[in-house]
Design a protein around this ligand. Structure first.
Ligand SMILES: *[C@@H]1O[C@H](CO)[C@@H](O)[C@H](O)[C@H]1NC(C)=O
Ligand SMILES: *[C@@H]1O[C@H](CO)[C@@H](O)[C@H](O)[C@H]1NC(C)=O
Length: 492
């Protein structure tokens, strides 16, 4: 059986390489012109090797823990903040620096729109983004999400999470546990789901989906890619069942009547009702809602789990920063009655902690690249960009740039004091109409997590001396960050 899978994966891999090389050859021969038929300049750059483009250079930069070097080497070589490369079997124009970010954000839905690889779309189906309608729906989500943010609720989930998974442990591996926490928060805020068995089942399906998104996209039995498509199908089916059930509940206990109101004030309810409220557009179909929810759960737990894990790493490495955070959080505890839940005033007081989180998101940037597609022909910095061509911006080109952040390789939360970074240089949540809708809730779940972690423990890394993050493509500390916990003597 295992041999069979091995055989399948080797054949499919070879087939894949063959197809990609044909495609890249096409790019190689047809994309080497320097002016276009309309006379505009083509951005400088190399499409790399016929087979894998410049993918290996990109991958290697990430493996070395310095993915920004891929961008900075090319900016220097071509003396241009705009260049062309080939990464995923596509020729891509990269816009760098604050000006590039600003251009992308300001022209979303006008000159450019979000684009996902066809293989990714095969798994997640919905890409809350393409076109004006989608942008409108997207904004609606953002507004709903802001309304749902509830500090006390997240605090309750965090408390329980620490009691069940951290207390009475001497050593833990941070990333799997944090993912566990962010997934529970997402399931609760989006679906009001807290049945442990069901959350765990769903979590496993999402892990399979995630692995497929990172794998070689070959849809044959046994590949990670095909397993991911199957898992996403099961998730969608479960979500549709949940939606039908919720609709029934809603129709038997409407908010407006004097009957008992439904207490499930989650994103699912908001989305089912949102078409009715506005009276503008028709209600989304069940499968549409399911697709969008799938995307939101995926984006709502994966990236925050990486951010929190990186914060835990930086706090272990910088005792002086840890001490400041501990002081701030202890002052908050002192101002409250024993057992009282955190509230939004407390979050306001976590200024230094939030600066640590922000510096961590700068230092360990997870927005390594986001793709866009040109909606029309346009000119940028004198370069001609034809309709339908693919573009990309990367937070790395500003976050790790000494022009915007002096000594970028130093972890220094004080950069965020005072006026903070210049516009469009600090972009962990993107920007413009497509700015991450979950940023406010990511902030809360991050700060609440930091609060509990530092109030309870000091910790040290078990893999010492290894300082670089491995970008794959998200930054992750080696082996998920195993640590040894030291509970504070006062609390034990
Ligand atoms: C939780 O979900 C499982 C599986 O769907 C179900 O069998 C169980 O009864 C549920 N538990 C509670 C407390 O609702
Ligand atoms: C959370 O972690 C615990 C302990 O490692 C594990 O048993 C449980 O399945 C996890 N829950 C989820 C939702 O992943």
């Amino acid at each position: 059986m295992e041999f069979y899978f091995f055989f399948v994966s080797v054949t499919t891999f070879l087939l894949f390489i063959f197809l990609v090389s044909l495609y890249s050859l096409k790019l190689f021969f047809f994309d080497t012109k320097t002016t276009t038929s309309t006379g505009g300049k083509v951005p400088p750059g190399s499409l790399g090797w016929p087979i894998i483009g410049e993918g290996i250079a990109f991958y290697r930069a990430g493996k070395n823990g310095a993915p920004e070097s891929f961008f900075f080497e090319r900016i220097k070589k071509y003396s241009s903040n705009t260049f062309k490369t080939s990464l995923i079997g596509e020729s891509i124009t990269v816009l760098c620096g604050a000006a590039g970010n600003q251009f992308m954000f300001a022209n979303e839905g006008k000159l450019v729109t979000t684009w996902s690889r066809p293989s990714v779309m095969k798994i997640v189906k919905s890409n809350p983004g393409a076109g004006e309608d989608e942008t409108k729906i997207y904004r609606k989500f953002s507004n709903h999400l802001v309304k749902l943010v509830n500090v006390g609720l997240i605090d309750t989930i965090a408390k329980k999470h620490f009691e069940e998974n951290w207390d009475n442990q001497k050593e833990v591996t941070v990333h799997p546990l944090v993912k566990n926490y962010t997934f529970s928060v997402a399931c609760w805020l989006i679906l009001s789901m807290d049945n442990r068995t069901r959350v765990e089942e769903l979590s496993q399906l999402f892990t399979t989906v995630m692995e497929g998104l990172m794998s070689v996209p070959v849809n044959l039995p046994g590949t990670k890619f095909s397993r991911a498509i199957k898992a996403a199908k099961i998730v969608r089916k479960e979500l549709v069942a949940l939606i039908k059930h919720r609709k029934m509940e809603l129709s038997t206990s409407p908010f407006s009547s004097e009957k008992k109101p439904l207490n499930k004030q989650d994103l699912l309810t908001q989305m089912i009702l949102s078409g009715d409220e506005d009276g503008e557009d028709s209600v989304m179909s069940e499968i549409d809602i399911a697709d969008k929810i799938l995307g939101l759960i995926l984006g709502g737990h994966g990236p925050p789990s990486i951010v929190i894990t990186c914060i835990m790493k930086h706090l272990a490495e910088h005792p002086e920063v840890y001490n400041e955070v501990l002081k701030e959080q202890t002052d908050i505890i002192k101002s409250k009655a024993p057992g009282e839940l955190l509230n939004s005033d407390d979050i306001q007081k976590m200024k230094y902690s939030w600066n640590v989180a922000r510096e961590s998101m700068r230092f360990s940037t997870s927005t390594t690249g986001a793709f866009r597609q040109a909606l029309t022909d346009f000119t940028y910095e004198g370069y001609h960009v034809p309709k339908e061509s693919k573009l990309c911006w990367s937070g790395l080109t500003t976050h790790r740039n000494p022009d915007y952040f002096p000594e970028p390789e130093k972890f220094n939360p004080s950069r965020f004091e005072g006026d903070g970074p210049a516009p469009f240089t600090y972009v962990p949540f993107g920007g413009g109409p497509r700015m991450c809708p979950g940023r406010e809730y990511a902030k809360l779940e991050t700060l609440v997590f930091m609060h509990h972690a530092v109030i309870k423990y000091r910790w040290e890394k078990l893999i010492s001396g290894y300082d670089k993050l491995v970008f794959n493509p998200f930054p992750l500390p080696a082996e998920g960050l195993p640590i040894r916990l030291h509970p504070h003597p006062t609390t034990k």
